[in-house]
Design a protein around this ligand. Structure first.
Ligand code: NAG
Ligand code: NAG
Ligand code: NAG
Ligand code: NAG
Ligand code: NAG
Length: 257
């Protein structure tokens, strides 16, 4: 009996480990839709989808003569962390005023960015149409704030962005791009039936907690904290919650009750 329990827990632990590893690899996410945090953990779902996103649909109010005042959209590359690094939740992106999105924001600095859980085809590959409420989408409204080139955050954001978007190295310098962060006004999560949910920015950024096996971090709390220094994850598959400690150095797994 004790032996069975032990094996059951090993299975639970190893499934946590694989989910955890996938969650840290934005370029190599598992297609298992069960990886999405519990749909009632709205802040965690928002962080999950933002973290995996390499780009967002960004809407602005158009300043183009022909459609002045119309909503206008664009694809804007984003990064909330470096490749394979923990999520910060902060949305960093480069803009240029050669582009209509940059021009629109100069006139009216209000935007809404949409992130879909189908970014990596996680919905489609599981037979869920991207428009169905069960394919999570996050709508984040706010304004673009240019980062000060001399700040630590600029260095962090630039490095993170370029690690996810290596091609940007060629256009950032030559086309007067400037690095921005989204100053968030409102977060809407639509991840299940029953309409949209509003998540406070505080809850969103504090979803650095261990949630359903996903580890999150928050910029400035400890941006360089190595994953190896982090320990406990929750067990998302069992009713009984167990805490485990992982020692990555020599492949050891210590289980604590
Ligand atoms: C992350 O993705 C890269 C490239 O696809 C792959 O080589 C690496 O093994 C992945 N890491 C994990 C932890 O899955
Ligand atoms: C993701 O990474 C794993 C482990 O490195 C690899 O086996 C798998 O083929 C990768 N999947 C994709 C879609 O790149
Ligand atoms: C999701 O969370 C709700 C409330 O927090 C809980 O009742 C439910 O059991 C959870 N579902 C899963 C699959 O963990
Ligand atoms: C941004 O990061 C890239 C890659 O690390 C680097 O080459 C570039 O000089 C950085 N840009 C600035 C303005 O620091
Ligand atoms: C989450 O971040 C907040 C603010 O930086 C910090 O106070 C808290 O300890 C963090 N929680 C975890 C579990 O790391």
């Amino acid at each position: 009996m004790a032996k069975l329990l032990f094996f059951g827990m090993l299975i639970a632990v190893s499934s946590c480990l694989s989910i955890r590893d996938f969650s840290l690899n934005a370029s190599n996410e598992s297609n298992d839709i069960e990886n999405v945090p519990n749909h009632t953990d709205y802040a965690a779902v928002a962080r999950y989808v933002v973290h995996k996103s390499e780009w967002a649909s960004m809407g602005t109010l158009s300043t183009l003569k022909t459609i002045n005042g119309f909503p206008m959209v664009n694809i804007i590359s984003v990064a909330d962390s470096g490749k394979d690094e923990p999520s910060t939740g902060h949305i960093y992106f480069y803009l240029t005023n050669l582009d209509y999105t940059g021009q629109d924001l100069m006139k009216n600095n209000k935007l809404t960015a949409m992130f879909s859980n189908d970014q990596d085809l996680e919905c489609s590959k599981n037979g869920v149409d991207p428009m169905e409420p069960t394919c999570a989408r996050i709508m984040i409204s706010g304004s673009a704030v240019e980062l000060d080139k001399s700040s630590d955050e600029f260095q962090f954001a630039n490095k993170s962005f370029l690690s996810r978007h290596p091609a940007a190295a060629t256009w950032v310098e030559t086309h007067n791009f400037y690095l921005c962060k989204l100053d968030i006004s409102q977060i809407i999560v639509l991840d299940w039936y029953g309409g949209p949910h509003y998540v406070s920015t505080e809850d969103y950024y504090n979803a650095n907690e261990t949630l359903n096996g996903f580890l999150y971090d928050k910029f400035l709390s400890n941006p360089r904290q190595s994953l190896d220094q982090r320990g406990s994850v929750n067990n998302m598959h069992n009713e009984n919650k167990i805490k485990i400690k992982i020692e990555k150095g020599n492949d050891k797994v210590t289980i604590e009750f």
